[in-house]
Design a protein around this ligand. Structure first.
Ligand code: ADP
Ligand code: MG
Length: 242
């Protein structure tokens, strides 16, 4: 049996009276790459934000290695489950190197020298090794996002969550970020990625989860997903983005 790393069991969440997540059930096995897509406002961001407790759920439970995440301190959870956002969220007053070193020193309590070594190695992996002393304002969007990925990757998380990591980028920068993510996908890391990049999904995803109005409409392997254009909601979605 493959190990389940994350399980959603009858998960529900409200914002006021509005039910943003409605009876969400799925599991993620170790090293799986899952792409989450669906119309804007369908609850994709909220769903992945619940995994590292940036949002709290109201119904059901989420398990990480079989343990209810409410019994794991958010800081401990976030050491193992890293998140990359649409808008990079780099610290503008810190250099590329300092941005990546910061969580290693502050969260993982590493010595500066060790943190620097890990940060440099990780930045080399995302091909930013020659930009260590630049500030975010001196970088392109694609470069900023690669630094943001390095910052999470340097923490050696078990799971990486990506929330539309390329949707704020100019089109010519999308591929440099997707290429870095494809590199990660070939490693042992478990990835949940909200994206509308269906070429990326086709190439690397093990499964696609399609959401609409707070529900999972489809959770299937990539081949099946692209054949399921008989589902009107998926058909409409695909026709808009492809
Ligand atoms: P998606 O990522 O699929 O676009 P979201 O998870 O961001 O969807 O949002 C789902 C719905 O919940 C949207 O209608 C959005 O307006 C609403 N929503 C998201 N965050 C909040 C919040 N903090 N407070 C109230 N409503 C929210
Ligand atoms: Mg979103």
């Amino acid at each position: 049996m493959e190990e389940k790393i994350i399980e959603f069991i009858h998960v529900g969440k409200y914002f006021g009276d509005f039910k943003v997540l409605d009876d969400i059930n799925f599991d993620v096995k170790k090293s799986e790459i899952i792409v989450i897509c669906g119309p804007s406002g369908s609850g994709k961001s909220t769903m992945i934000r619940c995994i590292n407790r940036l949002e709290e759920i109201d119904e059901g439970k989420i398990l990480f290695h079989g343990k209810d995440i409410r019994d794991i301190k958010p800081i401990e959870l976030r050491k193992k489950i890293g998140m990359v956002f649409q808008h990079f969220n780099l610290f503008p007053h810190l250099t590329v190197l300092e941005n990546v070193m910061l969580p290693l020193v502050k969260v993982q309590k590493k010595k500066k020298k060790e943190a620097e070594q890990i940060a440099v190695e990780t930045l080399e992996r995302v091909r930013m090794g020659d930009q260590l002393h630049k500030y975010p304002s001196e970088l392109s969007g694609g470069q900023k996002q690669r630094v943001a990925i390095a910052r999470v990757l340097a923490m050696k998380p078990e799971v990486m969550l990506f929330d539309e990591p390329t949707s704020a980028l100019d089109p010519e920068m999308v591929n440099e970020v997707l290429d870095v993510m494809k590199g990660l996908a070939r490693e042992d890391i478990t990835i949940l990625c909200v994206t509308h990049e269906m070429g990326f999904a086709r190439e690397v995803a093990d499964r696609i989860i399609f959401m609409d109005k707070g529900k999972i409409v489809e959770n299937t392997d990539v081949e099946t997903f692209f054949k399921h254009t008989d589902n009107p909601r998926i058909k409409e979605f695909l026709s808009k983005i492809m």
